[in-house]
Design a protein around this ligand. Structure first.
Ligand code: IMP
Length: 424
């Protein structure tokens, strides 16, 4: 059985928590895209751990946690994370695909220099070198984790790349160059600390598929940040949609049995780009403060908006979603009126699909269905039956409007507050 879990919106939907919940029963948990631009926290009896690269199953005994070929890895960040995991005896095993690309120090510098150069048109990247690392992969100049096995050949690849990167850094962006010695010292450490984790992760997957094991594929970011189907150019540089779990792990189209999309009961976005249901003022501030909507990786305040069912339906299509997970329902407890955007209006016409054109997206008017708030705490409610009737009504409408069932809801950060929805 293979289940893919993806972010249904612009990231930060609370995937980490639901992955942790489901991972208890999983044999293999595999991350398929992105890098340390992502971040999730796992919490268990051993403590609370902020992870950026290692899959969320590492907190569970007996799990195999794979970092797939579709990811980009900053080795320094991964080493720090592995040290944290080892010091705290987190029990899951970790395997890194030899095909995964490395984020080199020059990628990080280039990311930051490119953003500065874009000025008012900056994407608002996390500055972690993600875009430049994926660019090198696509232009066939990338350096893969597997390259660490042969330092001599690796040094020659780095020298060639560095020659060009330093010219760009110095002559185009007018910034400092990076010395070859600095990187050569680093790769020795990376080789020493990472070699034992490098593996043929595809083979591990195939063997586990053959044994009929439970495999969980872990998405990063959200569908609307997908490089092809997101709000380009305000997107990340990988395929965060469920399709990325095939290419990013070496699986076939028929391998996936179920795709779950995680959505907040409202919407957030970090960085620049269109956001049709964005709100400002008191409601936005209230949600940001109660829900702690600040980036896990960068600490930036997140932009806030109401649930956008047009975008959610688009997400259903681009991911092939079977079910929705609705997180942070409790954040809406205090609101007198709660809104769901059911369609858009553009130049006086009804628009019922998510458009591609950035100019249209920036000028559409969201049209809302309003619901009366429930003025009752749903925090930590741990069964569907125990929810108040207005909250249930809101969830039922959400399902009807988006058109797929809600399979889990989350009403708080604790493990107990992740509840499967079984309706009578
Ligand atoms: P990059 O992935 O660092 O290149 O950033 C590109 C865009 O994706 C920016 O708008 C980031 O804020 C956004 N982004 C990247 N990773 C995440 C994430 O994990 N959560 C939310 N937004 C993200």
């Amino acid at each position: 059985m293979i289940v893919t879990i993806v972010g249904g919106q612009w990231g930060d939907e609370g995937k980490g928590k639901i992955i942790d919940h489901i991972a208890e029963k999983a044999d293999v948990i595999a991350r398929y895209s992105g890098g340390n631009n992502a971040g999730h926290t796992i919490e268990n009896k051993l403590g609370k751990f902020a992870l950026h690269l290692v899959p969320g199953g590492v907190g569970w005994e007996g799990t195999k946690n794979l970092i797939g070929s579709g990811t980009v890895i900053d080795p320094d960040v991964l080493i720090q994370e592995l040290e944290l995991i080892n010091e705290n005896n987190l029990p899951g095993k970790i395997f890194i695909s030899e095909k995964a690309h490395m984020i080199m120090p020059y990628h990080i510098k280039l990311d930051q220099a490119e953003e500065a150069y874009r000025g008012s048109e900056a994407v608002g990247t996390t500055g972690r070198g993600i875009g430049p690392a994926y660019s090198d992969k696509i232009s066939r100049n990338g350096i893969r984790i597997g390259d660490l096995k042969d330092i001599e050949t690796l040094q020659s690849k780095i020298s060639k790349n560095l020659n060009i990167k330093n010219k760009i850094l110095k002559e185009i962006y007018n910034t400092d160059e990076i010395s070859e010695k600095y990187i050569f010292e680093k790769i020795k450490v990376w080789n020493q600390k990472l070699s034992k984790y490098i593996a043929n992760t595809e083979q591990i997957l195939y063997e586990n598929i053959e044994k009929n094991k439970f495999i969980l594929l872990e998405g990063a970011q959200g569908a609307l940040l997908d490089i092809d189907h997101g709000t380009y150019p305000y997107v990340t540089s990988s395929n965060s949609i469920s399709g990325g779990s095939l290419t990013g792990l070496g699986l076939g189209a028929k391998d996936i049995d179920n795709v779950m999309g995680v959505f907040k009961a409202f919407t957030t976005r970090v960085g620049e780009g269109p956001f049709p249901t964005e709100i400002f003022g008191n409601d936005a501030e209230t949600i940001r403060e109660i829900a702690g909507e600040f980036g896990t990786t960068t600490g930036r305040p997140r932009r806030i908006g109401w649930f956008d069912a047009v975008a959610a339906k688009y997400s259903v299509n681009i991911n092939g979603l079977d079910g929705m997970v609705i997180t942070k329902l409790d954040i809406l407890d205090k609101f007198e009126k709660i809104k769901i955007c059911t369609h858009y209006e553009y130049e006086g016409e009804v628009l019922s699909y998510f458009p591609t054109d950035e100019k249209i997206l920036n000028n559409i008017k969201p049209v809302y269905k309003e619901f009366e708030g429930w003025d009752e705490s749903t925090f930590d409610v741990s069964s569907y039956e125990a929810l108040n009737s207005k909250a249930k009504g809101f969830l039922k409408n959400l399902e009807d409007i988006v058109g797929i069932p809600i399979v889990y809801i989350s009403t708080g950060p604790s493990r107990e507050a992740t509840i499967p929805i079984k309706k009578s």
